[in-house]
Design a binder for this molecule. Structure first.
Ligand code: GLA
Length: 388
């Protein structure tokens, strides 16, 4: 199993803040990464998702700084040597890691009566670039820390939306709302069941451990494919509405409607995936609420649909799924997150997953000449203010 990253906790982020800014922080907040159990590429189609917060977190320490003529943000991180600075009244994108902080902090600061400069320090053990929503964890923790410093009450739902607006509007990644909601509202021992058209949510018990398998595929192509799929889904919805004008979203279309509409390929396959995947989420929630597990049929069914209909898998991810389900005690597996690389999850008995991990890692490396990273996680707690 991959060993833990450098210390990331309240103490380490406090020490970093004191070291770089020469005074103690006023607030420390933290937020976790996430994996999605089922419900992929449904969030931006008005569908349902079922993510959990994972046991890896990002910590943000924050304090006000007096004396600047214009409100400015300064940011330091345990993993980046340079200090970031940006104007908060008229923020511009730098293309650097502190854009996530600026995008969250600027609207919070400028919404208030009196503008203030901010110092922020960040430590994290959420692996970046693996598809575990390290950016959402950073944004949500920043939102809570900055709101705490400003004395603005920020409910977790608002923290999620502030984070999502920063990601889509400022950083410029056209994601759905799943990652920020999962990071803000995740709970230990429970999965978050989120309806993305209304942002209504509830929870389903999830006591299992799962194995997270990072394929270590470079992430360069993921964004362009993602945007292409979003455009295809928009077009599929437009065509379906020619027949059913009241259709609220693509996810709301029944599979039979999609089949009946005879959309051109590949729009028919994209739409069918979204429609069926949303219904798989409902089945998974029902199974968990009845005291059961998410079945292999649902997990592998979701993966196969992502592979064949949504075409966002890769041979490496397919291999992890196909190989892991042959191992004893493994219930199911699927790619999680956007796809085209990133992570798969393997679900089953904890002991079986511990045994499966080295087998999968060894064989994967031999086959693909890539060194995967593997972690065990259960459903963990969501974002919180640690200290005021
Ligand atoms: C990425 C996005 C999410 C979601 C998933 C696919 O993780 O950030 O909003 O669309 O892909 O389910």
């Amino acid at each position: 199993m991959t060993s833990p990253s450098p210390a990331a906790d309240a103490e380490s982020v406090r020490a970093l803040f004191v070291d770089r800014f020469g005074r103690p922080p006023e607030v420390i907040a933290s937020a976790p990464g996430r994996v999605n159990l089922i419900g992929e590429h449904t969030d931006y189609n008005g569908g349902e998702v079922l993510p959990i917060a994972i046991a890896r977190r990002t910590w943000v320490a924050a304090g006000r700084r007096e004396g600047d003529r214009e409100p400015t943000l300064r940011a330091v991180s345990a993993t980046h040597p340079s200090m970031g600075t940006s104007a908060l009244r008229t923020p511009t994108r730098s293309g650097d890691w502190w854009d996530y902080l600026t995008g969250v902090a600027a609207p919070l600061v400028t919404a208030g009566e009196s503008y203030t400069s901010l110092d922020l320090a960040v430590t994290s053990d959420v692996p970046a670039g693996a598809g575990l929503s390290s950016s959402a964890a950073l944004e949500v923790a920043t939102a809570l820390a900055v709101a705490g410093v400003l004395g603005v009450p920020l409910p977790l739902e608002e923290a999620a939306m502030t984070a999502w607006r920063a990601e889509t509007g400022f950083v410029g990644v056209a994601c759905g709302i799943m990652d920020q909601y999962a990071s803000a509202l995740g709970r230990a021992g429970e999965a978050l069941h989120l309806e993305c058209d209304t942002a209504r949510y509830d929870y389903a018990p999830f006591a299992d451990t799962l194995l997270i398998f990072d394929t270590a595929i470079p992430r360069s192509l993921r964004t362009s494919h993602y945007n292409e799929r979003r455009a295809e889904c928009d077009e599929a919805l437009r065509l379906l509405r020619e027949r059913w004008p009241a259709l609220p979203s693509l996810a709301a279309a029944e599979p039979e409607q999609v089949l009946e509409a005879r959309l051109p390929d590949p729009l028919d396959r994209r739409a069918l995936h979204v429609s069926r995947e949303t219904r798989r989420v409902r089945d998974a929630v029902a199974a968990l609420r009845a005291g059961g597990h998410i079945s292999r049929e649902l997990l592998v069914g979701s993966h196969e649909s992502l592979r064949d209909l949504y075409e966002c898998s890769r041979p490496e991810l397919d291999w992890v799924v196909e190989r892991s389900i042959t191992l004893p005690g493994v219930r199911g597996a699927r790619l999680t997150g956007a796809g085209w690389g990133g992570c798969a999850i393997v679900v089953g008995e904890e002991g079986a997953l511990r045994d499966a991990a080295p087998v999968l890692a060894r064989e994967y490396e031999a086959r693909f000449a890539l060194v995967p990273r593997l972690w065990l996680s259960s459903a963990s707690s969501g974002a919180r203010v640690e200290e005021m």
